[in-house]
Design a protein around this ligand. Structure first.
Ligand SMILES: [Zn+2]
Length: 155
């Protein structure tokens, strides 16, 4: 792989996704109205088991000493959320984890950027996009879901 080791960034990204999933679950439980019984519900139990399994997987992957194998395992784990709304990092740009690892997405189509006619462009509409999109995102566990049209920060 040509990009630098993204182990910590990928783990942070996955933890951010787990935290958002847990928050969504808590919202769902509150909406259903009986938090005391929630642990008995199939969808709650399934979500909790899944997050627990992923946390165990992360702890195991951390011990993999081969850098490329470790990253490949984390990329595959992180790709579980590739079809969900992207997150927004502290630069205010949408990003996700797909088969290529952590990557920024274009504002216009939430697509991965590509080189077209020598310029960095949106893969969908071919409009030129800012060159910063080639850099790796900087995930934080507190990153939120990207909401289309939300104001950007730090730009
Ligand atoms: Zn576009």
């Amino acid at each position: 792989m040509l990009f630098p080791d993204q182990t910590e960034r990928l783990i942070t990204y996955i933890n951010a996704r787990l935290a958002l999933d847990e928050a969504a679950e808590n919202t769902g439980i509150a909406a259903a109205g009986s938090p005391a019984e929630a642990a008995e519900w199939d969808w709650v139990r399934h979500g909790r088991q899944q997050r627990s399994a992923i946390r165990g997987l992360l702890a195991t992957i951390r011990k993999v000493t081969d850098e490329q194998l470790r990253q490949a395992l984390l990329i595959q784990t992180g790709s579980m959320w590739a079809a969900h709304l992207p997150l927004v990092d502290r630069s205010g740009r949408p990003y996700t984890c797909n088969g290529g690892g952590l990557t920024y997405l274009t504002d216009c189509h939430l697509a991965t950027p590509t080189i077209s006619m020598g310029t960095l462009s949106c893969r969908v509409c071919y409009h030129e996009v800012e060159s910063e999109l080639t850099f790796p995102p900087e995930p934080a566990v507190t990153d939120e879901l990207h909401r289309p049209g939300q104001p950007k920060v730090n730009r």
